[in-house]
Design a protein around this ligand. Structure first.
Ligand SMILES: [Zn+2]
Ligand SMILES: [Zn+2]
Length: 304
């Protein structure tokens, strides 16, 4: 029972950090939605929520909606097919790749990875205006500036393995173990996204702070190729910019936030992964898949 409780708590923590993860959360974000008033319109609040969108309506754009996983935001027309729009404009979106999650039971791993994506995007959207604010030259309210700086420092402290220099330093700290490995090799491995992960198996055991993959390397390995081949969905791999100078502010922020969110929920993710292939896990996965899917008895006009 204890394990089940731990898993439920893990799910609860993930869900709280990931607004709009569930169908219900997205659906209820549409209030008195314009296109719900006519039965014939394709673009109902149900269709939008089912296709992954939540409402970002404003008085001037009442039919705006956004994906909490890939940040695609569109102004919808009455006869738009939200799923088609999502699928064609953002084929890489994790939610799109999943397909509309109705029939299938998702694995706990998939659900937690989707929750982490959602939590990362939510945190990114909170931080981006703060960064832009700090970039502006003129600040009248110094207390606001202090608050913004505090948040930025906190993010920096929680994402310290963002840069190759900091990752390289992790190998130096465990210098004893990495002894005998040439410095340029350590720099190369850090540049390819890896931090040191001490194990007894290997001198060059390394872990990616973005995707948490751990590999025991040999000095002759191609660390970047290995990263690309074994973790194609890693955000660092997907960005594909080994030179940090090429990162835009937005890209750097997204990576930093990803590290901090992944770190924050590492324990929860482990609890869920350990449950996999377990009877209790099946129950939980079932329950969660229902949360992700559109309820069978839906009344499509209930946002009116
Ligand atoms: Zn999306
Ligand atoms: Zn990675």
């Amino acid at each position: 029972m204890f394990r089940h409780e731990a898993a439920e708590n893990a799910v609860k923590a993930l869900n709280e950090a990931a607004p709009y993860l569930s169908y219900a959360a997205r659906f209820t974000s549409f209030k008195a939605f314009k296109y719900d008033k006519r039965f014939t319109s394709k673009c109902s609040s149900d269709a939008l929520a089912h296709a992954g969108f939540y409402s970002t309506a404003t008085p001037t754009s009442p039919t705006n909606a956004k994906c909490p996983f890939c940040m695609l935001e569109l102004t919808f027309a009455e006869n738009d097919d939200p799923w088609e729009k999502h699928r064609t404009q953002k084929p890489d979106c994790e939610f799109v790749i999943l397909g509309q999650p109705d029939e299938t039971t998702l694995t706990l791993q998939i659900i937690s990875s989707l929750a982490i994506r959602c939590a990362t995007v939510a945190e990114y959207e909170k931080m981006l205006p703060i960064i832009h604010y700090l970039e502006e030259a003129d600040h009248e309210q110094s207390y606001r500036r202090e608050e913004a700086t505090r948040k930025l420092i906190s993010l920096r402290n929680n994402s310290q393995y963002l840069t190759a220099d900091h990752r390289y330093a992790t190998f130096k700290i465990v210098g004893q173990r990495a002894k005998g490995v040439r410095d340029h090799i350590l720099k190369k491995i850090a540049k390819a996204g890896w931090c040191s992960a001490i194990t007894n198996r290997s001198l060059l055991s390394a872990k990616c702070p973005f995707c948490l993959l751990t590999i025991d390397f040999e000095t002759t390995d191609d660390f970047w190729e290995e990263h690309k081949n074994s973790s194609a969905n890693c955000d660092f791999v997907k960005l594909n910019k080994l030179n940090e100078k090429d990162w835009t502010t937005e890209e750097a922020l997204m990576l930093a936030v990803k590290i901090s969110v992944v770190k924050k929920f590492e324990k929860q993710r482990k609890i869920l992964e350990q449950l996999e292939n377990d009877k209790e896990a099946d129950q939980l996965a079932n329950q969660l898949s229902k949360m992700m899917a559109r309820p069978k008895c839906l009344r499509r006009r209930c946002s009116v």
